[in-house]
Ligand binder design. Sequence first.
Ligand code: GLV
Length: 322
Amino acid sequence: MTKVFVTRHIPEVGLAMLRKRKDLHIVVAPQDKAISRRKLLRSVRGADILLSILTDKIDAAVMDAAGSKLKMIANYAVGFDNIALKEAKRRGIVITNTPGPEISETVAEHVIALMFALAHRIVETDAFSRRGNYHGWGPEMLLGCDVYGTTLGIVGGGAIGSAVAKRMHDGFGVTILYTDIRRNKKLEAETGAKFRTLPQLLKQSDFVSLHVPLLPSTHHMIGMRELKLMKPTAFLINTARGPVIDEAALITALTHHVIAGAGIDVYEHEAHIPRGLRKLKNIILTPHTASATHGARNAISIAVAKNILAFIDGKTPPNAIA
Ligand code: GLV
């Protein structure tokens, strides 16, 4: 019997796929919140497969606690910065994540929602209306800015960055710039995207959207120096990982209107959203919900199950991380 320990309940569709297999013993942690470190270390003991979520820190101590039977860590997330990759590799543990077209489209929609909400001041004007401040239409009341005709800079031209670029190019005629460690010819062909260095992209874009994984090389990729390169009228969107932005620098930049605003879904020390960010008017904050639709979360659940099923059948899982 192969024991699969699931650190928190995930949408049932994937669990049902796993439960159909009589050779799997599925144990789902009962609590309806992220598992505590202490409980994780205790409950993972004897697991062959660990199904983790992005808030679980899976390091050497967890692997030690699991014991020598642990052969796979199947992460329920696109990102996998929560897992000590080298440590897992050293032990021969297979790691998988859950990218896919559904999640890319869903996150792209969230990015686009933030862009429009910032440009048209949707959150601010909703609050204004609810407070009873609307006493009559005015030609210069609460003016925002347009999205059409602007330039969008995509930092990280992978699946999600490309989905954002394509929608904004096809739907709104937005000019696309992008930067990455490698060129993406498909993105260039489909959207006319122009490759730029990060400083060039920051200087030339009206919206900058981050789509890089969290790595030592992307940690604090956007700090005060980079924010100062942006136009004072520009907006920054982050749905990637919080530590890609130096959060203290962002607070300073927004306070002093170095940039016009930001749409932020991920935070440097989750789940903590600093008061400095929360009190700003020129920011929209969402609680790491860019992929939080029924469709995307079901797709992730199916993807994680497919990875596990392939692994136990001796195949290379579709999303094995090299
Ligand atoms: C969400 O942030 C994910 O990595 O899936």
